[in-house]
Structures are given as C-alpha cells and as structure tokens.
Design a protein around this ligand. Structure first.
Ligand SMILES: [Zn+2]
Length: 363
C-alpha cells in the first residue's frame, strides 16, 4: 500500500469546518458535537463527561484500555471590564497573546449570538516618539464594538464573562501548509479521528478497548485530561499535541531546540514518557519508514501526557507531537506531511500493541 500524500477531500472538509468553529476553553461543546458527529461511524459507542470531553470507543467491553488523545479547546479572551465610554478590557482564557491583538477583528459570544468587535489601537500619527513607544500589553489592549457607552454595549448582550475569539479562518498555503486558529490542538482531534477512520476502513480488529479522547480545558492546565483519565482508567495513553517548529525568524535554538515542520512527528523524552512505550513507537516508526524528530522536555512535558502519566497510580504514556509555527497566534501553521505521518504513526503503533501488553520497566 502506498502512503497517502494528501489528506483526503472529505477529511479536509471536516477539518476546515472543525477549525472554523470557535471552541473557547470551557465553552467547547459546539466543536465537540461536530467532532462526535464525524467520529460516530468509526466507533462502537461514544460518551461525554460533565465538562464536555468527548470519547469514541472501539471494543467497549474490553478490560485492557488504550487511549489516543488530543485537546479540543481554543485559547480565547474574556470580557473583563467595560468602561463608561463603551471600550472593553479583556482577560486571558488560556495563553492568548497580547502582542497580536491590535487591529484584529473578533467575535464576542453572547446569549443573543455573535457580537462583532475590533481590537483598536491609536494611530501611528498620534503616537510621539514611537521608537520607544508602548507595545501591546494586557492592560492597554481594548475592544471597540461601535458603542459610545457601557449601556450601549450591554444592550448588545455583552457582559463580563462573555468569551471572545478571532474571526480568522482555515486556509492552505502552497498546497502544503494548513493555517488556522487553534490548530493547537484541534488538528490533534482531527488526527485521532482519522486514526479511527483508518482502523474502520481497513477492518482492523484490536485486542483491547480503544478510547479516542478529545479533552477539553488543556490550555488552562490539562484540566479536561485530569478529569477524563479517572473515568476511563486506561492502561496506556498516547497523547498528541503540537510543539514549536524553530526554523522561523527570532527563535533561539539553544533554548528551543531544532525542529522542522515537514520533517516528521516529534517524539518527546521526559520522565512522564514511559520508555518502553516510547521505544515501541520508535521501532514502529523505523519499521514503517515514518520520519521522526526527538525532543527533550525539562521536568514536565506541559501537555496532557503529564495528566495521564501521573493518574490512577501511573499509566504508560507517550507523546507524539506535530511541529507548528506561530503557536497561539491566529495563523498557526502545520505541514500536511507531518499530519499524515502522525496519523500513520499512531495507527501503526496501535497495531503493534499486544493483548494485555505489560510495559513495566521491571518485569
Ligand atoms: Zn496551546
């Protein structure tokens, strides 16, 4: 079988729809419904938890359980303070970047639907000495929704606590790079769904229960994963998230390492990563000629891997990352080849896991 060089059309359609749908941390439900709809034909059953983490299950009766996981939430802003002139100050919901805010168009999510607004910024002409001028900060960026008073803003349905997302939508650059908001990590939700789709298409039977898990609330501290791991109680967890491509300007490789979008999935070394599972993933990559890169994490991986590894007395966990440019901007970029190779690597690794396989270091 020759390997696909492009994501197939139907899958790409779903990806575009999924990325364009806002999914702010804590408010992911609409995106989760889209994802569940997409994955349903490829799994035996689905379930959700109280906060909206969504799971598709293959072989739900099996005792031995393997998770493949991504996170579904998108960084966003909260309406924090509306001043008497009708300008809105914001709080972060996740690691939203103040530097990119000025001049962006946004959607404020209200009970009456979307209210449009813009991050304003004083004109260049009105700023004296702009060599050492103020840069955008959390306390000087503000939204303008075309109102002249707090009352007018409130009449639109905007109140403190409304979430705010950017308008920017999905696109493809040079037929190779997918671009969009919060590809971190909805591209992961897409990839694990594609694994399920491939298992179904190739009529593969697994000797374990597979839990395809799209967790909420990663961006504020791995919270969705912390919740769902206790419900599933898996034996093995393969996590996918994004990491930094470090080839673009202004990134220090001594600090950030040397990673290329387009050169394959990134495999992390860290105490939370179970080495026997990692070795099996590396062997799988080599056996199937899937390129990969290596990353060393200091202490924690900072991904849902940590939440899975350290739960329920310890779960064999590993992290397969996708190199991404411009993390937490509205133009996050990933290479299509890497997307296909992460799908392939997770798929082949699942096929390599034996019935009741014991990953313990000391046997
Ligand atoms: Zn993130």
């Amino acid at each position: 079988m020759t390997k696909a060089k492009q994501v197939d059309k139907k899958s790409l359609q779903f990806l575009e729809q999924y990325i364009n749908n806002p999914s702010p941390t804590g408010f992911e439900s609409e995106g989760q419904k889209l994802w569940l709809e997409y994955i349903k034909p490829y799994v035996d059953e689905t379930f959700v938890d109280t906060y909206g983490t969504a799971v598709g299950v293959i072989n739900p009766e099996a005792k031995y359980k393997v998770v493949i996981e991504a996170h579904a939430d998108e960084i966003s802003w909260f309406v924090h303070y509306i001043n008497e002139k009708g300008f809105i100050y914001v709080r972060r919901n996740g690691g939203s970047d103040h530097i990119i805010a000025p001049s962006k168009r946004v959607n404020i999510h209200t009970d009456n639907g979307i209210v449009k607004a813009v991050f304003g910024w004083p004109a260049i002409h009105t700023r004296s000495g702009y060599e050492k001028e103020d840069t955008p900060k959390l306390n000087n960026i503000f939204l303008d929704c075309g109102c002249n008073s707090k009352e007018e803003v409130e009449a639109l349905g905007v109140h403190v606590g409304c979430v705010i997302t950017y308008e920017d939508e999905f696109m493809v650059l040079n037929k190779n790079y997918f671009v969009g908001r919060a590809l971190d990590n909805r591209i992961g939700g897409f990839m694990i769904a594609e694994v399920a789709k491939r298992l179904k298409a190739n009529k593969k039977k697994l000797p374990f229960g597979l839990y395809i898990t799209n967790s909420v609330q990663e961006e504020i501290g791995l919270r969705g994963a912390e919740m769902i791991v206790q419900r599933i109680k898996p034996d093995v967890a393969i996590i996918t998230d994004v990491c930094h491509d470090t080839q673009t300007p202004l990134i220090n490789k001594i600090e950030q390492g040397d990673f290329f979008a387009g050169k394959g999935p990134v495999l992390t070394y860290a105490p939370a990563v179970q080495n026997n599972l990692l070795k099996q993933i590396i062997k799988t990559a080599n056996d199937n000629k899937i390129p990969f890169q290596r990353l060393a994490a200091s202490r924690a991986t900072g991904t849902d891997t940590d939440a899975f590894a350290y739960a329920n007395g310890g779960i064999a966990a590993a992290l397969i990352s996708l190199p991404l440019r411009y993390m937490h901007t509205t133009v996050e970029m990933v290479h299509q080849d890497d997307v296909l190779n992460v799908i392939e690597l997770i798929y082949q690794t699942l096929l390599s896991i034996r019935e009741n396989q014991n990953f313990n270091y000391i046997q």
